[in-house]
Design a protein around this ligand. Structure first.
Ligand SMILES: O=C(O)CCC(=O)C(=O)O
Ligand SMILES: [Fe+2]
Length: 321
């Protein structure tokens, strides 16, 4: 595939655990799984049912006057609403009660009971709704990390980011466009932590982000009932085309002790990676003690070492681009 190409994420029908484990997961590429048994949520869930079953418990949500949430200029705010009111506002186009404007958008990423200590688990925070969902068990039980309720207004777009665990994104209500980028495209994505600074991927500012045009788009439109497999480290940018309800399940793909124990979101870099990045920061501070020509010389030598020892080793991509 050439730089900047666009490709459709492969669609698989009626996938069993065996097929997923033996044929799909090892490719480390995203895949849409259609026809997985997700339980009665598919026929039951709509705004009215969710409001009645979810009740008035408070939820912390993103409220945004613009559909494209911008983590750089923080054009959204965290607000607390009763769940039923949040559902009502999220499902309607114009609001009589609002924080910013009558057509503001909302996004819920459910959290654990104590977000600093607990991971999100739909079975604990929303047991009345969780009973309607069969979470596909395509991993071993001990690999389970979290199950996250995600509810979105029509049109809202979540910035491009990566998570550190394998993800099964179960789309229950509404269509959703997902654009994914391979971990090997990281040089083209202008990262700020786990997020890409290229917020408008459809008309990017190529003066500021010239390399972005080299990134390959892996695209799909999820229908209600689809499950998107997002392998760990794959970037994803998500636009809800309609009122959307999804549950995503993070699964630990690496040995369990590789992950940061304080991570409740599934987005802290694995312990060894975080340590390596810290050591790099220290190395750069040390280099800064030298005159510029020495900094460049030793900087080049460091790059060559990484190229030879990390990138030269065949650890780039297991399959295709
Ligand atoms: O579908 C969404 O709302 C966001 C999905 C996402 O970022 C995730 O599941 O990690
Ligand atoms: Fe994500």
């Amino acid at each position: 595939m050439a730089a900047g190409d666009r490709t459709q994420v492969r669609l698989h029908n009626g996938v069993t655990k065996e097929v997923f484990v033996n044929e799909i997961r090892p490719l480390r590429r995203p895949a849409v799984l259609r026809g997985v048994d997700l339980g009665p949520c598919l026929s039951r869930w709509d705004a009215e049912y969710l409001r009645a079953a979810g009740g008035t418990r408070p939820v912390r949500v993103h409220a945004s006057p613009s559909p494209r949430m911008d983590f750089i200029h923080k054009n959204f705010a965290y607000k607390t609403l009763p769940f039923d009111e949040f559902i009502q506002r999220t499902a309607e186009e114009k609001h009589s009660k609002f924080f910013f404007c009558e057509n503001e958008k909302y996004y819920l990423r459910a959290l654990g009971n104590d977000p600093r200590k607990d991971v999100a688990d739909i079975r604990k925070q929303f047991p009345e709704l969780a009973k309607d969902v069969i979470l596909p068990e395509f991993y071993e039980e001990e690999q389970f990390f979290s199950s996250v309720f995600r509810i979105s207004s029509p049109g809202i777009q979540l910035w491009t980011h990566y998570d550190v665990m394998d993800n099964m994104l179960i789309q229950v209500v509404g269509r959703k466009r997902v654009v994914l980028f391979s971990p090997s495209d990281v040089p083209f994505l202008y990262l700020n932590g786990d997020k890409s600074e290229v917020l408008d991927i459809d008309s990017p500012d190529l003066k500021t982000f010239p390399e972005f045009s080299k990134a390959t788009w892996h695209e799909c439109v999820l229908e209600a009932g689809d499950v998107l497999f997002i392998p760990a480290l794959w970037f994803h940018n998500v636009t809800s085309l309609e009122f959307g309800v999804a549950v995503n399940v993070f699964w630990r793909h690496l040995p369990l002790d590789a992950y940061d124990r304080t991570d409740t979101y599934g987005n802290k870099d694995p312990v060894a990676a975080a340590r390596a990045m810290q050591v790099l920061e220290r190395a750069l501070k040390s280099l800064a003690e030298l005159p510029p020509d020495y900094q460049r010389f030793y900087g080049q030598r460091m790059i060559l070492t990484v190229q030879r020892k990390v990138l030269g080793r065949n650890c780039s991509e297991p399959a295709g681009k």
